[in-house]
Design a protein around this ligand. Structure first.
Ligand SMILES: Cc1cc2nc3c(=O)[nH]c(=O)nc-3n(C[C@H](O)[C@H](O)[C@H](O)COP(=O)(O)OP(=O)(O)OC[C@H]3O[C@@H](n4cnc5c(N)ncnc54)[C@H](O)[C@@H]3O)c2cc1C
Length: 402
């Protein structure tokens, strides 16, 4: 008899399964993908100390540990409904209905795309699709590509494409409009780029970013920045160039770009056509929360965490009895943070079953989430900690009725 059902076999779900099983609980993890590991499977990046983060190896390690502890991992199974019962949860899956006392949702994140003329042409894909095709399916996405959208994910994945021998011609902004908002605004993008400078292999970029300490300095630096941009790993990152449209007949043939000023306004007469046989659109990530909504969990809208977030506390409990959340469903952060949150959720569930020998284990795991967050190489939002504090206090208010 299963004590805990976990939806999602990413770092959060696997780590939670391990923590539960280590305390004697019967765990079943379901994932709709054909392999366990979630988004870990596509990740490959260099840490500032020169070591490599190999997500595929990390996934293998977690899966082996979970299986050795007796965790059942079923792949190729989608969960499409969850309903509260008197004793727990009735979970509807593509392989039938499962009844369980405790349910943990670790469904991760979804990509946001940016609509652009002719974005439906073959050869146009989201940046995450390019990552999966390259690192998981081992399919070459093309020979010469352009990435639209400058953010932590697009930089990390452009580097992964380059490591796979694919030429990334440049990374540009989307044209500034109502939909693209800050991602089409060079000043905002430059601000976020400075937080990513530690990823850059060039000492020049790292030192330069440390010297820019105020908004005025940032504006000045941006005004002097040539439209050819700065290079990371030899890839031009052009924050003063925007993509106007993608074009092609039966397949992508290129992108029409234009120079923009520091506010993202096009400089007339500077339009240019750049040839490409693939285009990646990088519009950011948002938590995949539908099942939490169906479960009746209350939500809060917190842009710093990536959007609509199911209310939860530091123990990863939601206000709905027997329902837990962990990983990117609670806010967009790196894989290491997701894994640390998964451990907390697992220990929290074990505690509720009365199987945790010492409360200290849970306290230590909660502290570890903060430490991992503080040292995370990949940070998706500068105000993540503020978002975390807000959601915790909203949970506390809801539970005390304040
Ligand atoms: C495209 C993409 C690329 C990313 N690249 C990086 C990167 O390079 N570095 C980095 O640090 N972070 C990256 N991230 C952030 C990433 O989400 C975290 O690193 C980490 O993988 C989150 O862990 P998680 O366990 O919360 O979710 P995930 O790893 O996303 O795992 C969630 C799992 O839940 C499954 N699932 C979802 N809904 C259902 C359902 N209804 N039924 C059954 N199964 C379901 C999914 O198939 C998935 O395997 C990326 C995110 C995305 C979306």
């Amino acid at each position: 008899m299963t004590d805990v059902l976990i939806v999602g076999a990413g770092p959060a779900g696997l780590s939670a399964g391990i923590a539960c099983a280590q305390h004697g609980l019967q765990v079943n993890i379901l994932d709709e993908f054909t392999l366990p590991g979630g988004r870990l499977l596509g990740q490959l990046h260099e840490e500032p100390d020169g070591s490599w983060w190999n997500g595929m190896a990390e996934a293998k390690r977690l899966v082996e540990q979970a299986k050795n502890l007796g965790v059942h991992i079923d792949c190729g199974v989608s969960v499409y409904d969850v309903a509260k019962t008197e004793t727990g949860w009735r979970v509807s899956t593509t392989r039938g209905i499962i009844e369980v006392p405790k349910l943990l949702l670790a469904t991760g994140a979804a990509e946001t795309t940016i609509p652009l003329p002719d974005w439906t042409l073959p050869g146009v894909m989201s940046i995450g699709a390019a990552q999966v095709m390259t690192n998981v399916q081992r399919v070459k996405v093309g020979n010469r590509g352009i990435v639209i959208g400058v953010n932590v994910l697009s930089l990390a994945i452009a580097r992964e494409l380059q490591l796979a021998g694919i030429h990334v011609d440049r990374i540009v902004l989307p044209a500034r409009n109502l939909l693209t908002k800050d991602s089409g605004n060079p000043e905002k993008v430059m601000q976020s780029m400075l937080r990513l400078a530690h990823l850059a292999p060039s000492t020049f970029i790292r030192l330069g970013s440390k010297l820019i300490k105020s908004e005025a300095m940032l504006k000045l630096a941006l005004s002097f920045l040539p439209s050819s941009g700065i290079r990371m790993w030899g890839i031009p990152i052009q924050v003063k160039v925007a993509a106007l449209e993608i074009f092609g007949d039966k397949q992508v043939e290129g992108v029409k770009i234009v120079k923009v000023n520091t506010k993202g306004e096009p400089v007339l007469g500077t339009e240019k056509v750049i040839p490409a046989d693939f285009v990646c659109i990088a519009g950011g990530l948002s938590p995949l929360v539908e099942l939490a909504a169906v479960a009746g969990c209350p939500f809060a809208y917190l842009p710093e965490l990536g959007g609509h977030i199911p209310l939860h506390n530091e123990r990863m409990q939601t206000p709905v009895a027997g329902l837990y959340v962990a990983g990117n469903i609670t806010g967009i952060e790196s894989a290491k943070v997701a894994a640390a949150q998964g451990t907390v959720a697992g220990l929290s569930i074990a505690d509720e079953f009365g199987k945790l020998p010492e409360k200290k284990l849970l306290q230590t795991a909660m502290k570890k989430v903060e430490v991992v967050r503080e040292h995370a190489v990949i940070q998706f939002d500068p105000y993540i900690e503020k978002g975390r504090r807000t959601i915790s206090s909203m949970y506390a208010q809801q539970n005390t009725g304040a």
